[in-house]
Design a protein around this ligand. Sequence first.
Ligand code: CMC
Length: 446
Amino acid sequence: MDSAIPMTQPKTTDSSSARRDTLSVTDNRTGKTYEIPITNDTIRANDLRKIRVDESDFGMMSYDPAFNNTASCISRITFIDGDQGILRYRGYPIEELAEKATYLETAYLLLHGELPTESQLKEWQHHITHHTFIHESIKKFLDGFHYDAHPMGMLISTIAALSTFYPDAKHIFDPESRKKQTYRLIGKMPTIAAFSYRHTLGMPYVYPDNDLSYPGNFLNMLFRTSETRYRPNPTLEKALDILFILHADHEQNCSANTIRGVGSSHVDPFCASAAATAALYGPLHGGANEEALRMLMEIGSVQKVPEFIKRVKAGETRLMGFGHRIYKNYDPRARIIKRIAYEVFDLMGKNPLLEIALECERIALEDDYFVKRKLYPNVDFYTGLIYQSMGFPMTMFPVLFAIPRMSGWVAQWEEMLLDTEQKIARPRQIYLGHDTRSYVPIEQRS
Ligand code: CMC
């Protein structure tokens, strides 16, 4: 929609005139003023294209590396108010969901827009549970990885490989096909994750137990040894379920943007979500929980925290698990996680790194460097401590983030596909490279 209208008359600034939802922009190169519509406190970047010096001019663009101030979509899934520390899924506060819902109920909410009725939830759970098994050939595929392969690398590759097992997934505009792939993706994530973990230990894979809950079955596939029936500890099962709820979606973050971008080429959802999982692996995103724990281990003792903070302030390193592009307040997920941490520690014994983490937080929250930049603990600051106490190795931490995030990714992907305004993602660039130059034969190059 190109709706910027060049104005030849100067715009009135009379405060008594009726409010107009437009933005007036004067191009001082030409003296022309343009009136650009404002909808939802936003202007359309395409409306800037009318602003040009002459007919041959391409038109004005906005430059926004890292999408600091660009809305790439209209979404109705997740809401964040970063200044106030608010997170809601489909309107429901994260605190209420963490207290009252289950992860699968939350996943249904994200994907369908409403909480399920009792029968809808039963059916949903049944479908997810009955898609937890993976093809036997996938086991062989996993066997090919090195014993010390990072489980995130195995997860990414295996999700992509699912695309070859389910060629029907390419029918992305068939709602029945989308539904089936959704069951498969959410159902198989814990199985692939657990099998990757068992592979690194050289232990036999444990098949899903369909009588257990989603997190309970995951614990079964990870930790069962010789017992005939694995009974998950209810405190750990509940803690994991809450952690899954907290990680389920987070609006347009790096991996959500990836699944939308890759999915916009109309590739199947397995390939698109493998790409999103790869985005999550990075230490600035879902890999931060692993890095945060490594950092606490590196600090080593409470006495060494001030020295470490000094290095952070000098720009030598970052305080991992701190800071967020959107939250300029305490991450509401971190608050809930801190509470769960104590419940897990009551059962498993206090993680000795907790004191170091608390000291980092105490100093940072009082220090001008962090206060000025509004750097607070994010979701990844305390999760590592819980995961470690639950018996997970550090390399599994980003995997634990990826499992529940699958429901958010699929919801974001489907919303993008059904949005008639969306097209293949294709940003513009400002080209500042060489102008045309002639090829130089190799013997003439200096
Ligand atoms: N430690 C020290 N300084 C920091 C940190 C940190 N963790 N995060 C930001 N800063 C500083 C940064 O150096 C910059 O300072 P200055 O203005 O003097 O250059 C200022 O704060 C703004 O930082 P930025 O890098 O421009 O902020 P961003 O919005 O681009 O980055 C972030 C957000 C999450 C990548 C960043 O805060 C970071 O690297 N944090 C550590 C990694 C981390 O914990 N990531 C998990 C994010 S939450 C989970 C998820 O959803 O992915």
